[in-house]
Write a protein that binds this ligand. Structure first.
Ligand SMILES: NC(=O)c1ccc[n+]([C@@H]2O[C@H](COP(=O)([O-])OP(=O)(O)OC[C@H]3O[C@@H](n4cnc5c(N)ncnc54)[C@H](O)[C@@H]3O)[C@@H](O)[C@H]2O)c1
Length: 243
């Protein structure tokens, strides 16, 4: 059975990804600093099973212990979904060095640390899928998200360069770029104050994006049959950025 780790699985997109993978027969571990009880309940209701692991993706020791626990519990590891991320809207001239570093730590150090810890297990399995959740902001460059956009553009670079290194080992590395998607965090931050309406006006498909809109792309990228797809950034945003 295929084993997947989803970071940031306690809520939002990560919760939706973890439940979708569980529903589709993956054995799934959710990694989060927050409680994963609701995700575990939803995975069980979908007929699956979720291993809940509390870990901070910015902490190398915490990540190494979490990934080892998953591999020990499930006996293998094949898929890593680097989803945990933060996107605080801050005007550039009010962005402090601490703000900047916090965004880079979660959005870039996190995927680096989780991927590095997972890699020996993917190699041992003989194949693997690394999926990085970036954002359509890398194409659109919206205001008040300079640190965030920079971090996600960095993650696109990570995706491309790592795909080159790992291709010969049957390990693919791809990115999925959602548009502004209705999660509780987005509703409180980037989607607030008319944000959803402004983004919807740019889209070809004129409705607010939902986490479920990303499920088919995630399953496609993770599938064992997708071994020739690598180094790509797949934009799923209702057509606001025609990439
Ligand atoms: N919602 C959107 O509009 C949108 C659009 C494009 C891209 N994205 C990206 O999708 C991902 C998820 O977004 P979301 O809206 O679901 O966010 P969210 O806030 O709902 O969920 C993020 C999850 O990550 C966890 N997390 C945060 N820091 C962590 C850390 N250091 N270690 C472990 N877990 C941590 C949180 O506890 C939370 O459960 C992010 O990478 C975000 O940048 C979101």
């Amino acid at each position: 059975m295929t084993v997947a780790i989803v970071t940031g699985a306690a809520m939002g997109l990560g919760q939706s990804f973890a439940v979708a993978l569980a529903r589709n027969g993956y054995r799934v571990a959710g990694l989060d600093v927050a409680d994963l009880g609701e995700t575990a309940r939803q995975a069980a209701a979908a007929g699956g099973d979720l291993l809940a692991v509390r870990a901070d993706v910015t902490d190398a020791g915490s990540v190494a212990a979490a990934v080892d626990e998953v591999a020990r519990e499930f006996g293998a590891l094949h898929v890593v979904v680097n989803n945990a991320g933060i996107y605080p809207p801050i005007p550039f001239d009010r962005t402090t060095v601490d703000d900047w570093h916090r965004v880079m730590r979660v959005n870039l150090d996190g995927p680096f640390l989780v991927t590095r810890a997972a890699l020996p297990h993917l190699r041992a399995a003989g194949w693997g899928r690394i999926v990085n959740i970036v954002s359509a902001v890398v194409f659109l460059g919206p205001p008040e998200l300079v640190a965030y956009t920079t971090s996600k553009a960095g993650l696109v670079g990570f995706t491309r360069a790592l795909a080159t290194e790992l291709g010969p080992e049957n390990i693919t590395v791809n990115a999925i770029a959602p548009g502004l998607t209705h999660t509780d965090t987005a509703a409180r931050s980037t989607g607030a104050g008319g944000g959803f309406e402004r983004v919807r006006a740019l889209q070809s498909v004129p409705r607010v994006e939902r986490p479920e809109d990303l499920t088919s792309t995630l399953l496609y990228v993770c599938a064992k049959g997708s071994g020739f797809l690598t180094g790509q950034t797949i934009n799923v945003d209702g057509g606001s950025a025609k990439h």
